[in-house]
Write a protein that binds this ligand. Structure first.
Ligand code: WTA
Length: 641
């Protein structure tokens, strides 16, 4: 396989250079990880009070970092930079889908955050409270996040593509007292009615005492007196100035819900001190950020990628972060490239699904624009197939930009496995090596490292600063899901291979979690949603390989007697899922069957369904199957498709 080396000019300017500097970094990280991280914490961030202990393992797996220290994320992202030349640098360069534009300097962003923090304070919210942020991709979303962080209000951003039902589940689980939203957001020329969804959700959420509404789209909304208020009205009533609270390093910064193997989403809890350290380091090591860079992560703030690499990471290191509100193909499939050209983006980070969609649109769209400002590209969310990698490298990167294929998870908070762009020789499709200080490995079920060339389970052997601290309200599930498969070692849930040169290749999930367009989806959550529909007796959901989205959701459904398996019912069920979870979760196909393959003890054999949708036949062990004819019928149905 061809190796891709960085150019000499890239290496010359790289933040981490090959040879001795890189080796020294790795050596220090492995010899004494605590000294390694604490030295970086000291040079990289502001602490109001220094820590007593770098890593507290006394209640493992509930690890704590920088105990005794006080700090503030909002202070590190804003106030600190405003004491330097950076105060007049662009912090956020934003473009709305209709083409409107805004730029906020660090100074302006700080003022906006202080103002909104003052609003929250005036409403009586304070450290320890929880806020749900259900917002479009406008600068006020980072403003709200940073205002919460400033006061120690733990925020939970709910992706604006989630339905009212999904929003309600999260508000209730978190027992949030505040919801910040907007009248709507723009998506493919249409208004997404966010306030309407909040109203639908809040009927069952008596704990919410305040809803703050930002005016974005100007559509009519209903305001409930005593509960709802406009963002701009509340701001008019406060005087500026709101200092950052001195918060414990372990203070929960945010909770972000992600899919697990059961029907109930998991609230991933991130803390402050360790998280801000590791995302800062990733900006320097992986994205190689320079003072003059314009950086664009084209994800959504509703997912962890947006938290760490649109908002917190870029602002911590004082760079300019580009934010775009809408769809990549609106009004035409060249929107991303027009933005790269217009804002002279230097570092660009996106997902393999987006890249595959661009390949399908054709090279004429990137060719319309000057992409020569780009010097570094990134990929995240799912394994990138080598042909998509090659296209990204040559068509978008002009053959001159290294690609950092970054592996990480909502749980890890920050990038864990990735090339260092000035150091690592790249292999298309491989995330290459763990970052300095990250003890990732590929092991068998006893925890033994696999030999070179072997496959196994991806794990992290030692705690890392940006690790999640627990699951909201469910510490037992935290221990059980992640720390008990191989006792004491973090079990990722991905399969991986280490090749003869030690390169890591992440192969995909080992549990019943699917990855559709880089979004994690739980089979159990989809199944329990489908069986809640009045016409459904049973449902089993599997992922089918899909050229564009990586995996696509296929739902096998047994209707309740008296409901005909019609196209109308299939359409209704797809709509039901959209309404209950969100449009992005809608199954690609509904396949009706009068029975599902089950073991004699009544468990649905998803493995067989998976085989049917991937290989069109069943080859594995079916000795525990109760009724073989079911499988034959399903396989025959597949052949007809
Ligand atoms: C997958 C997104 C291969 C993996 C940041 C992981 C990847 C899950 C990569 C986490 C990559 C993410 N190569 N697979 N570069 N990045 N994954 O929580 O299965 O939305 O466990 O976090 O996405 O998804 P999550």
């Amino acid at each position: 396989m061809d190796l891709y080396h960085p150019s000499e000019s890239f290496v010359d300017r790289a933040n981490v250079k090959p040879g001795e500097p890189y080796e020294a970094l790795i050596a220090k990280a492995s010899a004494d990880p605590e000294a390694f991280w604490s030295d970086l914490a000291e040079s990289e961030l502001h602490w109001f009070r220094k820590w007593d202990k770098v890593l507290d393992e006394s209640e493992a797996p509930f690890y704590k970092w920088f105990t005794g220290a006080t700090t503030n994320m909002s202070y590190n992202c804003l106030d600190r930079h405003c004491k330097t030349w950076r105060k007049n640098r662009a912090a956020i360069v934003w473009e709305g889908e209709p083409g409107d534009q805004r730029t906020l300097t660090y100074q302006e962003l700080l003022r906006a955050v202080e103002r909104f923090a003052a609003v929250l304070k005036a409403q009586g919210f304070r450290a320890g409270d929880r806020a749900i942020l259900y917002m479009p991709m406008v600068p006020e979303l980072p403003v709200a996040m940073l205002a919460c962080a400033r006061l120690g209000i733990t925020h939970s951003v709910v992706f604006a593509g989630f339905s009212a039902e999904a929003l309600k589940t999260r508000i209730l689980d978190l027992d949030a007292g505040l919801v910040v939203t907007a009248d709507g957001g723009w998506r493919r020329g249409n208004i997404v009615p966010l306030k309407q969804a909040v109203d639908d959700a809040l009927g069952d959420c008596p704990g919410v005492r305040s809803v703050i509404v930002y005016r974005r789209t100007g559509n009519e909304v209903e305001m409930t007196p005593g509960r709802d208020a406009w963002w701009h009205d509340l701001e008019a009533d406060v005087t500026a100035g709101c200092p950052a609270e001195r918060l414990d390093a372990e203070h929960p910064l945010y909770v972000l819900y992600t899919s697990g193997t059961t029907g109930k989403p998991k609230g991933i809890v991130h803390s402050t001190g360790g998280y801000q350290l590791q995302v800062s380091m990733a900006m320097r090591w992986v994205f190689d950020i320079k003072d003059e860079d314009t950086y664009w992560c084209a994800a959504d703030v509703g997912w962890v990628t947006g938290h760490s690499y649109i908002v917190y990471g870029p602002l911590l290191v004082g760079t300019t972060t580009v934010m775009y509100e809408g769809a990549p193909d609106f009004p035409e499939p060249d929107r991303f490239w027009s933005l790269v050209d217009k804002y002279k983006v230097n570092v660009f980070y996106t997902s393999p699904t987006a890249i595959r969609a661009f390949i399908k649109f054709g090279t004429e769209y990137p060719e319309r624009h000057d992409l020569s400002s780009l010097r570094l590209l990134g990929s995240v969310g799912e394994p990138i197939n080598p042909s998509a990698w090659e296209w990204y490298h040559s068509v978008i990167g002009g053959g001159r930009c290294p690609i950092v294929d970054t592996w990480w998870q909502t749980e890890t908070g920050s990038i864990m496995i990735s090339p260092l762009p000035g150091v690592t020789a790249l292999k298309p499709g491989s995330g290459t090596f763990p970052l300095p200080g990250i003890a990732a490995d590929v092991v068998d079920l006893e925890g033994n490292s696999v030999a070179p060339g072997g496959e196994g389970y991806l794990v992290v052997r030692k705690p890392w600063p940006s690790m999640f601290r627990t699951l909201w309200g469910d510490p037992e599930r935290f221990r059980e899901t992640y720390w008990s498969q191989i006792p004491g070692i973090y079990f990722v849930g991905d399969a991986a291979r280490k090749d003869e040169d030690g390169y890591f290749w992440v192969l995909g999930r080992v549990d019943d979690v699917m990855n559709v367009s880089g979004h994690r989806m739980s089979t159990a959550e989809l199944e329990s949603t489908l069986v809640r529909h009045a016409a459904v007796a049973e449902a089993a959901v599997v992922g089918m390989p899909d050229e564009l989205t990586g995996q696509a959701v296929i739902a096998f459904v047994t209707p309740i007697q008296g409901n005909d398996p019609t196209d109308e019912l299939a359409a209704e069920l797809r709509e039901w899922v959209a309404q209950q979870i969100g449009k992005f979760a809608r199954p690609k196909q509904i396949r009706f069957s009068d029975a599902l393959p089950k073991t004699r003890s009544g468990k649905i054999m998803r493995r067989l369904l998976r085989e049917i949708v991937t290989t069109h036949k069943v080859s594995g062990d079916i000795t525990t199957l109760e009724d073989l004819s079911v499988v034959n019928r399903l396989a025959a149905q597949q052949d007809e498709d």
